[in-house]
Design a binder for this molecule. Structure first.
Ligand code: S3P
Length: 168
């Protein structure tokens, strides 16, 4: 299926790049937004009431539904923790090309400072949370990706230009 799946840490620009790419003829699906719409609840509420594992199973269900619907020509902005589950990595590869938007911790810290929505960033010092989670996730993101793009200092137009040269 001809879909692009954007993965990466919170604040790596998946949703923003997804919106830019959707202007190039792709349908944007944001997995967080998809889940919130389906349940009529905020991510922070789901995390707070049922916890992270339940949320991860909703992410799996989202990917399964997209496959069942034979989603085509979509740009899918995946939640930052979605690639952590092996089943999700398999489902993503069945859906399309997986693109890791890699960003430096300093860039992420800048973009995420003041964030009040992301449950995993609400306790402790932001930079320490980023470093801890990134240490757990870095290898997973890299191994899950068909393509890795270093995004620091590039505009969405430039990143899309790089993507086009590589795959489109
Ligand atoms: C999460 C990332 C968030 C959201 C949830 C958990 C994570 O999505 O799915 O707060 O575990 O990295 P974004 O990456 O779009 O912020």
């Amino acid at each position: 299926m001809k879909n692009l799946i954007l993965i990466g840490f919170m604040g790596s620009g998946k949703s923003s790049l997804g919106r830019y790419i959707s202007g190039q003829g792709y349908r944007l699906i944001d997995t967080d937004g998809y889940i919130e719409d389906r349940l009529g609840r905020a991510i922070s509420d789901i995390f707070g009431v049922e916890g992270e594992e339940y949320f991860r199973s909703l992410e799996t269900r989202t990917l399964e539904e997209l496959l069942d619907d034979s989603a085509q020509d979509c740009v899918i902005a995946a939640g930052g923790g979605l690639p952590l589950r092996e089943v999700n990595r398999e489902l993503m590869h069945r859906l399309g090309t997986v693109i890791y938007l890699r960003a430096k911790p300093s860039t992420l810290e800048f973009r995420l400072s003041g964030d009040k929505c992301r449950p995993l960033l609400q306790s402790g010092k932001l930079r320490e949370r980023i470093d801890t989670l990134m240490a757990e996730r870095k290898d997973i993101y890299e191994a899950a990706a068909d393509i890795i793009i270093d995004t620091d200092g590039f505009t969405f137009e430039e990143i899309y230009g790089q993507l086009k040269e590589m795959i489109l």
